[in-house]
Design a protein around this ligand. Structure first.
Ligand code: GP9
Ligand code: MN
Length: 413
């Protein structure tokens, strides 16, 4: 039965429905939304240099005329890119093990493309990989994407491929004809690929030199990040030339980390720190999130935020009332937001604290306040404890929805 659902929906309505207006409501109404999922781009490369060279010159400049969120966290697990897609489409959490795109692809959801479809949008995904990778073809069908331009839609050969496949610059170039042929307004998600582990790139495509450390992975990361930055730059030019730019908003998001904690020694060298602490490790889970609205100056927004928030935020921009939706995220353009961002492993970030591996850190200083295991005596508890319980409850509610396919019992009308 669906009895569990009543308690869960009550929680979701209370915790995540934040009343309020913002000037940006409907700003993208009837405009196209072009969503760029940037493979393995983490926030630490933004406004940073390697060997004295800017890593992401285009994205750095884009901050000046975008809404840019600099405390935005990825919340993915083993499902990697597909987890980030799931978060964006549903504002639900992916699973702690496995990939929800594989395990629960036929559940009932109230997904973004479906809602957009009901509001006069056509929707599509463009990604130069096999359609069945991450079970995308099945999931996309279920959640209402009209069109999936997979590898079969692209001309892929030895010259225009590296690493995982079609290079990002060629991917965007070849995508233009599909974009121009789409019925407007459209929602189109582009998933880049070149900046994927192990970050292979031909010399002819590398504008900057690799870093120099004991980690070949980190070293190679910078030239491929730069390559993706250039591909996005060129894509913006093509959008302008085609005339689509003026009628669109462009959203850019890093999907998840590219550099794991396995490379922490090299990372500490790069970031000029003695070591990467557990606190630093959480801060490294930030990924860039941009909302670029042509003609708007934007601003940098530093509130804590995450992939869970993208769906309500986009619906708000598109002027689609969504008070009947059930989400774990909140619209980022309202003053207030829910008071934490939960990572999928139970670590979390609040305004004041960062909690991970039983340790509670001061968010501002990065200093350890207490540890829920060791330092706190009987009868006392960590200052993070109340929030820890709330985060566990929220993750559990999300899991119940997914495992029990509970939305099939809910009427979203
Ligand atoms: C593959 C691409 C990368 O299609 O999405 O996958 P990842 O390994 O990052 O999940
Ligand atoms: Mn990815």
């Amino acid at each position: 039965d669906g009895n569990e659902l009543a308690e869960i929906t009550e929680y979701m309505e209370e915790e995540t429905t934040i009343e309020g207006e913002s000037d940006l409501f409907g700003i993208a109404e009837d405009k196209n939304v072009i969503f760029l999922s940037l493979e393995s781009i983490q926030s630490f490369v933004i406004n940073n240099t390697v060997n004295g060279e800017e890593v992401t010159p285009f994205l750095n400049d884009l901050i000046d005329n975008s809404y840019y969120f600099d405390n935005f966290y990825h919340q993915t697990e083993q499902g990697k890119t597909s987890d980030s897609e799931f978060l964006v489409e549903n504002s639900l959490y992916p699973l702690s093990r496995g990939a929800v795109y594989f395990t629960h692809a036929s559940n009932d959801y109230n997904s973004l493309p479906e809602i957009l479809g009901e509001n006069g949008y056509t929707s599509s995904v463009l990604h130069a990989n096999n359609k069945s990778f991450w079970n995308r073809d099945v999931m996309y069908d279920n959640i209402g994407y009209d069109e999936f331009y997979d590898i079969a839609s692209y001309e892929v050969n030895d010259e225009n491929s590296v690493g995982w496949g079609l290079k990002d610059k060629d991917f965007f170039k070849q995508s233009m004809k599909y974009l121009q042929g789409m019925e407007q307004p459209f929602y189109s998600k582009f998933i880049t690929l070149t900046n994927h582990y192990p970050f292979d790139l031909g010399e002819e495509d590398a504008s900057i030199e690799p870093y120099n450390s004991n980690s070949k992975t980190l070293n190679q990361f910078f030239p491929t990040v730069r390559y993706t930055d250039e591909a996005v730059r060129d894509f913006f030019e093509d959008l302008k030339e085609s005339g689509l730019y003026e009628d669109s908003i462009i959203v850019l998001m890093g999907d998840h980390y590219g550099i794991s904690d396995f490379h922490n020694k090299a990372m500490s060298q790069y970031l000029d720190k003695d070591e990467i602490t557990d606190f630093d490790q959480i801060q490294l889970q930030r990924v860039p999130f941009f909302v670029h609205i042509p003609g708007h100056e934007g601003e940098t927004i530093s509130k804590i935020s995450g992939q869970i928030d993208v769906k309500p935020t986009l619906l708000h921009l598109m002027g689609i009332e969504s008070e009947n939706d059930l989400t774990f995220g909140t619209n980022l353009f309202l003053e207030e937001r829910k008071d934490f961002i939960a990572l999928r492993n139970g670590s979390f970030i609040t305004n004041d604290y960062v909690y991970t591996k039983n340790q509670c850190f001061d968010r501002e200083s990065g200093e350890l306040i207490d540890s829920t295991n060791e330092l706190v005596g009987e009868g006392e508890s960590s200052v993070c404890q109340p929030m820890k319980e709330k985060v566990e409850k929220e993750l559990d509610y999300s899991d119940q929805i997914v495992y029990g396919d509970l939305f099939r019992f809910y009427d979203f009308e």
